[in-house]
Design a binder for this molecule. Structure first.
Ligand SMILES: [Zn+2]
Length: 173
C-alpha cells in the first residue's frame, strides 16, 4: 500500500499530541496491511522521558500480538527517530522505518547517526524518508512558532540536516 496512507495516520496521531500541548510527533505500527497500534508523544503529560510516540506504538503493538518480536512490521513516524527510539526499533526487529521529516538535532536514521542500518549490527532496518515531509515538518514548526519556546535559530535547525550543519559551522559549534 502507498506509504502516504499510513503516514496520514501517523499525522493524525501527531495531532493528538498537539492537542495535549506536546511536541507533535505520531507513529503507527503496520503489519500485513493492518494497523497494529499507534502512539503519540506523551513526554510532558506522563512526565516520562521514554514516552516518545515510537516507544508507545511499539509497546502497544507488542501487547496486541503477544510477542516482543514485531518481525515483518513497519513503523511510520512523522519525525525521524531519536537514538532511544532507533534502538527500540532494532529490539523489536522492525522491517521498515518510514519517516516524514528529518530531525537534524537527534535523528538516528541517517541525519546525525545511522543506528537502524548499521553494518555488523544484529538487525538492519530498511529506511524511507520524506513521505509527506512538508506536512510533518510544518506541524512541528508551527508548534514551536506558536509556543515561541525556541529561538529563531532553533527553528531553522528544522529546515534540513544540511542547513543545520551549515548553521552550526557558522555559529562555531
Ligand atoms: Zn524518540
Amino acid at each position: 500500500m502507498d506509504d502516504r496512507v499510513w503516514m496520514r495516520e501517523a499525522l493524525r496521531a501527531a495531532r493528538r499530541a498537539l492537542a495535549l500541548g506536546e511536541i507533535p510527533v505520531g507513529a503507527v505500527v503496520v503489519r500485513g496491511g493492518e494497523k497494529l497500534a499507534w502512539g503519540w508523544n506523551l513526554r510532558e503529560t506522563r512526565r516520562d522521558p521514554l514516552a516518545h510516540a515510537e516507544m508507545l506504538a511499539l509497546r502497544r503493538a507488542a501487547r496486541k500480538v503477544g510477542d516482543w518480536r514485531l518481525e515483518g512490521a513497519d513503523l511510520y513516524v512523522t519525525v525521524e527517530p531519536c537514538p532511544m527510539c532507533a534502538g527500540a526499533l532494532l529490539q523489536a526487529r522492525i522491517r521498515r522505518l518510514i519517516y516524514g521529516t528529518p530531525n537534524p538535532r537527534a535523528g538516528s536514521a541517517g541525519s546525525r547517526v545511522n543506528l537502524v542500518d548499521y553494518p555488523g549490527m544484529d538487525h538492519q532496518i530498511l529506511v524511507r524518508s520524506g513521505v509527506l515531509e512538508t506536512r510533518c515538518r510544518d506541524l512541528v514548526q508551527r508548534f514551536f512558532r506558536d509556543r515561541r519556546s525556541l529561538q529563531d535559530g532553533d527553528m531553522e535547525r528544522w529546515q534540513s540536516p544540511v542547513e543545520c550543519t551549515r548553521l552550526e559551522i557558522e555559529q562555531g559549534g
